[in-house]
Design a protein. Structure first.
Length: 396
């Protein structure tokens, strides 16, 4: 296939919408398990803790394969990487829908996470290669809005599908959508990129040797533990506390996706007026308050309030850290962005695994208390170091 190059600094709306759609289906697939955990456990005659392994392994493989996808990105480009990731995800997703037991389901969800792990970072690399740093936060926030839509749709659809039809229907839906996107995405032009890295492993090691890169990766890991991993248990926590079905609990948690979508529209104009350390503080305070609410009360109203606050945390904090990841080492962006995603989801896997120990015994209060506490050091360190980083850059 002949590749058409796009002009740097130009990102047509249609291209952005296609990239948003990739983020949406990836987010749907990733978010579908949480509201269905109790239903899956009952259907497959297993415990909640064992069913949670499906989510934990998904995050783990999503994260561990990021360096591999970084090498693939550098070798074959973003569009072919996106096609490969989406087609692989579609195939494994259909097999997940047919899984007869929890062991096979866990394995297949792990493989699905590995394939979807190549999709979202590729969209970030695409934007990083096309849009200059001074305008990059807005399209990155738009990509995050696609993630938010996927979260909102998945938590509602998965919960009601599991309750009224079957939990298998949701995996089939995301698989078919991924296959359709793989066909459509080939229309996008390949963005400008450097010559293929002849020694991608060396480039990866050189990028990690940068202390600012290491800092951003560490912050991504802690954010993953605090938000991505812990959020897995919000729907089951609400379901247990209210005795509601998976559908209603998923609908409550959908407020998170709606909030991310809404706050992302606030972040866009605000990022031009407010410093990035301030955005990190706003996000960190919101996240700490959100999990504090859940630690105290997990009813319908408190669940919605908490999810709105957590949506603000993701919109303000994650978009800022994500933008930082795309610019901290421009010459190694294809390696750093997937590494950032790796740390985020390795953190998510760690948070989900540790959280499963609490959730398996119904101890949701202590789980969310710990999550709230993590936001204090995360907020302080990220805001202070971001300010220091900006000063060093201005001094050059």
């Amino acid at each position: 296939m002949t590749e058409t190059q796009v002009v740097a600094t130009d990102l047509p709306r249609a291209h952005l919408r296609a990239l948003q759609a990739v983020n949406t289906v990836s987010s749907m697939d990733r978010s579908a398990v949480a509201p269905m955990l109790l239903v899956i456990a009952a259907s497959l005659h297993t415990s909640v803790a064992q069913a949670t392994v499906a989510a934990s392994l998904y995050f783990l493989s999503y994260g561990l394969l990021q360096p591999v996808w970084g090498i693939v990105l550098a070798r074959v480009g973003t569009i072919r990487t996106l096609q490969l990731a989406l087609l692989g995800s579609a195939a494994v997703g259909l097999l997940s829908a047919l899984s007869p037991g929890v062991v096979l389901l866990v394995v297949l969800r792990g493989i699905a996470g590995g394939f979807f792990g190549g999709a979202v970072p590729a969209t970030l690399v695409y934007v990083g290669a096309v849009v200059p740093i001074e305008r990059r936060q807005q399209p990155l926030t738009d990509l995050m809005a696609g993630v938010a839509v996927g979260m909102a749709v998945a938590t509602v659809a998965a919960g009601w599908a599991a309750q009224l039809v079957s939990w298998r229907a949701m995996f089939a839906l995301t698989a078919l959508t991924a296959a359709a996107l793989a066909l459509y995405i080939r229309r996008l032009p390949e963005p400008p990129r450097a010559e293929p890295e002849r020694r991608p492993v060396r480039a990866l090691l050189q990028a990690v040797a940068n202390r600012w890169v290491l800092l951003v990766l560490l912050l991504g890991f802690v954010e993953g533990v605090a938000i991505t991993g812990s959020f897995t248990f919000v729907a089951p926590g609400v379901e247990q506390a209210t005795r509601a079905g998976a559908g209603l609990a998923g609908t409550v948690v959908a407020a998170y996706g709606v909030a991310v979508l809404g706050f992302s529209r606030v972040v866009r104009p605000l990022s031009a007026r407010v410093s990035t350390p301030t955005l990190l503080v706003i996000g960190g305070i919101s996240g700490g308050l959100g999990f504090t609410v859940l630690a105290v009360q997990r009813g319908y109203v408190s669940g919605v309030v908490a999810c709105v606050l957590l949506g603000a945390a993701w919109a303000f904090m994650h978009s800022t850290l994500q933008t930082w990841a795309t610019s901290v080492a421009p010459q190694a962006r294809a390696q750093v962005v997937p590494l950032f995603a790796a740390c985020l989801f390795l953190g998510g896997s760690t948070g989900a695994a540790l959280g499963g120990l609490f959730a398996g015994n119904g101890h949701y209060g202590p789980l969310f208390t710990i999550s709230a506490g993590l936001f204090l050091p995360l907020t302080l360190v990220s805001a202070v170091t971001r300010r220091r980083y900006l000063r060093t850059r201005r001094g050059r």
